[in-house]
Design a protein around this ligand. Structure first.
Ligand SMILES: Nc1ncnc2c1ncn2[C@@H]1O[C@H](COP(=O)(O)OP(=O)(O)O)[C@@H](O)[C@H]1O
Ligand SMILES: [Mg+2]
Length: 265
């Protein structure tokens, strides 16, 4: 399996608060990789950095081998010393970070924390928003049909305003909206947040089907460590902006520290 997403030694700060410290995570094509951590650990910040919404203080992020985000201050063209030492072969593609829409058009879709649905738009209009980069009506119609088949409840409610949907239905709609652009890499920010256990189970089953049947690579962040580790191939544990543990999810479920701190065992 080839590497799809390479996060290398990144740091992100909000003013004086360092939210991410030297974080490295690698996601191979076809995998489900999860990141677990308590509230405030830095999980959402990492996802925002991947899609270009938070600038890096150091490090770089590559997608399919192409740098999509980097610390422009340290490596930018205004630093003649680093420019001199940089491999000229990579110079053309390595000079800047990409904009969020450029990253999306390469095949990365984010389902943000708290779903961020457009409450006053209908389900159908929300799905149309997910396809805003696509200029092919036949493709959009085909995708919508697929989404209504995969999430039948959305098909039944497609003309309803999103605010009338339950939390679980809104989460499914947020996932469907992200899938409208046919991404290769799906980033999910706490899809289980605030939902009842049975609904969470439903959503994680869908995530597995999306991964296995549609061949979408998934990077999932969750406070619900048990569900995330049961669903994923590999996992990373984040504490105070640092990765403190990385292993197969199977091993992490058996890890005494993980059990005590995240699984309540
Ligand atoms: N826009 C922001 N401005 C300042 N601090 C922020 C901002 N967003 C997040 N933080 C801080 O960064 C840290 C990590 O936050 P976050 O990435 O949201 O964590 P998580 O998603 O794991 O709950 C926290 O200390 C949080 O308070
Ligand atoms: Mg968060």
């Amino acid at each position: 399996m080839s590497e799809l997403l390479s996060i290398d030694h990144i740091s992100v700060s909000y003013g004086n608060i360092q939210a991410l410290r030297d974080v490295s995570i690698h996601v191979r094509e076809g995998e489900i990789v999860c990141l677990i951590g308590a509230n405030g650990a830095g999980k959402s910040t990492l996802l925002k950095a991947i899609v270009g919404l938070e600038p890096l203080v150091s490090g770089s992020i590559a997608y399919k081998g192409e740098v999509i985000a980097r610390n422009d201050h340290a490596f930018g063209s205004h630093n003649p010393l680093l420019r001199f030492f940089k491999n000229p072969k990579h110079a053309a593609q390595d000079t800047r970070s990409l904009r969020t829409d450029e990253i999306a058009s390469r095949g990365i879709a984010l389902v943000p924390e708290g779903r961020r649905v457009f409450a006053d738009l209908t389900v159908e209009e929300n799905l149309d928003m997910g396809a805003f980069l696509i200029d092919d009506d036949a493709f959009i119609a085909k995708k919508k049909k697929e989404m209504y088949e995969f999430f039948p409840i959305l098909g039944m409610r497609r003309k309803q305003k999103t605010r009338s949907l339950s939390g679980g239905e809104q989460q499914m709609m947020a996932i469907a909206r992200a899938l409208m652009s046919a991404p290769k890499l799906l980033l999910l920010d706490e899809p289980g947040l605030g939902l009842a256990p049975l609904i969470i189970q439903d959503i994680f089953e869908k995530i597995e089907i999306i991964n296995k049947e549609d061949n979408v690579t998934v990077f999932l962040v969750e406070q619900n460590a048990r569900m995330a580790l049961r669903t994923s191939d590999e996992g990373h544990v984040m504490e105070n902006g640092r990765i403190v543990l990385s292993d197969t999810s199977e091993q992490l479920l058996e890890n005494e520290k993980v059990k005590a701190a995240y699984l309540g065992e």
